[in-house]
Write a protein that binds this ligand. Structure first.
Ligand code: GRF
Length: 194
């Protein structure tokens, strides 16, 4: 299975995924693509010998469809069987998602359906949650929705800040996403709970 990983930042989830695709793993990373050339994950991907690309969203300004066409065309050039969104911070419209539905995963730092959208850790603390976590799901046109393929839970501890909670969740993201990818790459979409 050929996997394209989309990033916007440091790419720690991309690194975890790429490192997991070795040996008898049925998948290989064939592309790491960012919407910005400032993404630290690009250098990390190059260090691992993975082809990289940048499709900058800024030249397209408000023309989201034109950006998504450029994005789609560059991804198609690498002929992936699956797209993994990993810290990719652009909202994708139905126009793009419909072309990849069933073949695109995302990791979101909350226990969906709770806390869709941004600032999930601060919102969980603010709400007095005793637990929090991350979710890997299939991407559908609705934001942070779609069939859940896996979740990992962490406690919210007294004195937690958004940063300390985010760090605890990120550790689990790096366990969950590779576990879900391996199962999906083996043709099994049974949910994983860590
Ligand atoms: C992570 O919290 C992830 O859940 C979110 O983006 C953050 C950064 O991810 N989608 P990464 O280090 O760039 O993989």
């Amino acid at each position: 299975m050929r996997v394209a990983i989309l990033i916007s930042g440091g790419g720690s989830n991309m690194v975890a995924l790429a490192r997991s695709m070795t040996g008898d793993h049925p998948a290989r990373a064939v592309l790491v693509l960012s919407n910005t050339d400032g993404a630290g994950g690009l250098a990390r991907a190059e260090d691992m010998g993975i082809e990289t690309a940048v499709v900058d969203h800024r030249p397209y300004k408000g023309d989201r469809a034109a950006f998504e066409d450029a994005l789609h065309n560059r991804i198609v050039a690498s002929a992936p069987d699956l797209i993994c969104l990993a810290g990719f911070m652009r909202v994708l419209t139905e126009g793009f998602v419909s072309r990849w539905q069933g073949r695109m995963l995302n990791i979101h730092p909350s226990l969906l359906p709770k806390y869709r959208g941004l600032h999930t850790h601060a919102r969980a603390i603010e709400a007095g949650e005793s637990e929090h976590g991350c979710t890997v799901h299939e991407v559908t046109p609705a934001l942070d929705d779609g069939p859940i393929l896996g979740q990992a839970r962490v406690p919210v501890l007294p004195g937690d800040t958004p940063d300390t909670l985010a760090a605890r969740v990120l550790e689990q993201e790096h366990r969950l996403y590779p576990a879900v990818l391996r199962r999906v790459a083996s043709g099994d979409k049974t949910r994983i709970d860590l």
